[in-house]
Ligand binder design. Structure first.
Ligand SMILES: Cc1ncc(COP(=O)(O)O)c(C=O)c1O
Length: 447
């Protein structure tokens, strides 16, 4: 069987919350001013209660609202596909499966969380959402989701992606969103950054500060984040829950689960639902791949840090390169983030996730091989997962293991990056030792 497709009535009806199953537990978010655990009322200034409850929930399963299921069914359940041609090209005995999240309306896993986030804001009377976007995938997803629920949407898009990916802007416009390049002149944070460096490529950390400032300055507006937070990973668990059923139908079980990691949501969404089996003694390896030029998991520190440059977010206990780390302008814009989800960070601490890093050129090479064998062009972010799956398959090509990876998005709006690759204009960035040391020196001090 090439691909395993579930019927709509086989879709999971609840999300799975991996938080309560993490052996060493999760640290609470702290108030950046008092350094005490964050009061929910303060978070409620920019998030709806429905999402805050999920953020802190001790429940392992949370029902997916019918209205969300209805929108999910535009593209879900997503197919699980066996990459036979890739296996043949590699000459490996490994079986390689991928969960194709590129089939969503905007081409990535991001709508899995954008839709419930728009829904919970809508039912609590919010009229407008402000957000940031790196590669433009999250902004596109939230624009689509807000249009489904009749909300306005303002997107702060990281400058280098804004310039590299004009069609992401077109997608957001089509769904009715208002988009501006970040840093922008629309916020105090943006103006301050531009005054220091008018040619900055921007970063997710800056764009988050701008979106939060926008949300905090308006009564009618809440903030939405596309990764990192517990509730985002909860929503993304639909990927792993479906994949588990599909692997069962295929008569297989993964020995290795692989994903690319930006803020950690697509990888945690796929691997999370396999964690209870791991804790029950099942032999399964979880490997997350990040860019070598933005190595929060492999070179960052596990510490409390802010999620944004202006330190407006709660302090999260996570692997971080420092909140003002400016990652090099690699083409996988969605992986250019200084922090890693607290859930993923805790699973690394507990030796459940193995973190690895890869360079951009070897990822594009893997992406091209995948396109030519499997017929789908991956997003630059997703090429990190493909490179990861190939590394796992080729460790011992004669070992008949089963690998499952998350195909987090297609690359049809990222063709400028492929052009640059084919023209020899892309290069690998050296590991930014000094920049990391400098920004880690500015971590907030917590007793
Ligand atoms: C296609 C794709 N994959 C992966 C990511 C990384 O995000 P996360 O680690 O939260 O899944 C992004 C982020 O924009 C993305 O667009």
């Amino acid at each position: 069987m090439k691909k395993i497709v579930l019927r709509e009535d086989q879709m999971p009806t609840s999300w799975y919350n991996v938080g309560p199953d993490i052996p060493g537990g999760l640290h609470p978010p702290l108030d950046p001013e008092t350094k005490e655990p964050m009061a929910p009322e303060k978070l409620a200034q920019v998030f709806p209660m429905g999402l805050l409850e999920q953020e802190m929930s001790p429940e392992r399963f949370i029902k997916i609202p019918d209205e969300v299921m209805e929108v999910y069914k535009i593209w879900r359940p997503s197919p699980l596909v066996r990459a036979y041609k890739l296996e043949q090209a590699l000459g490996t005995k490994a079986k390689i499966f991928f969960k194709n999240e590129g089939v969503s309306p905007v081409g990535s896993h991001k709508p899995n969380s954008a839709v419930p986030q728009a829904y919970y804001n809508k039912i609590e009377g919010v009229k407008r959402l402000a957000t940031e976007t790196g590669a433009g995938q999250w902004g596109s997803a939230l624009s689509m989701a807000t249009s489904k629920f009749g909300l306005e949407c303002k997107v702060f898009m990281v400058r280098c992606s804004y310039d590299q990916k004009p069609y992401r802007k077109s997608i957001m416009h089509t769904f009715g969103a208002d988009i501006v390049a970040s840093p922008s002149n629309d916020t105090e944070t943006g103006r301050a950054v531009l005054a220091k460096d008018p040619n900055t490529p921007g970063s997710l950390g800056i764009a988050i500060s701008e979106a939060l400032e926008d949300a905090a300055s308006r009564e009618d507006t809440n903030y939405a984040l596309g990764s990192v937070l517990n509730h985002v990973i909860l929503h993304q668990s639909i990927i792993g829950l479906e994949a588990k059923k599909q692997m069962e139908i295929a008569g297989e079980y993964p020995d290795v689960v692989v994903g690319c990691c930006g803020g950690g949501s697509n990888f945690a969404g796929l691997m999370g639902p396999f964690v209870p089996d791991y804790l029950d003694g099942k032999k399964i390896k979880f490997v997350g791949y990040e860019p070598a030029s933005c190595p929060s998991m492999t070179a960052g520190k596990l510490a409390y840090d802010a999620g944004d440059v202006a330190m407006r977010t709660p302090l999260l206990y996570m692997h971080t390169l420092g909140h003002d780390f400016m990652p090099p302008g690699i083409h996988a814009g969605g992986l250019r983030y200084h922090g890693m989800a607290p859930i993923v960070s805790a699973l690394i601490r507990d030796d459940i996730i193995e973190p690895k890093s890869v360079h951009q050129l070897e990822c594009f090479e893997a992406g091209v091989l995948f396109a030519r064998t499997e017929g789908i062009i991956p997003a630059p972010e997703t090429t990190h997962a493909i490179r990861g799956a190939i590394i796992e398959a080729m460790k011992d090509p004669d070992e008949p293991k089963t690998i499952l990876f998350n195909f987090s998005g297609h690359g049809l709006i990222d063709m400028a990056a492929y052009d640059a690759y084919f023209n020899g204009e892309l290069h690998d960035y050296a590991y930014p030792t000094e920049a990391i040391a400098e920004s880690l020196a500015k971590l907030p001090e917590i007793d």
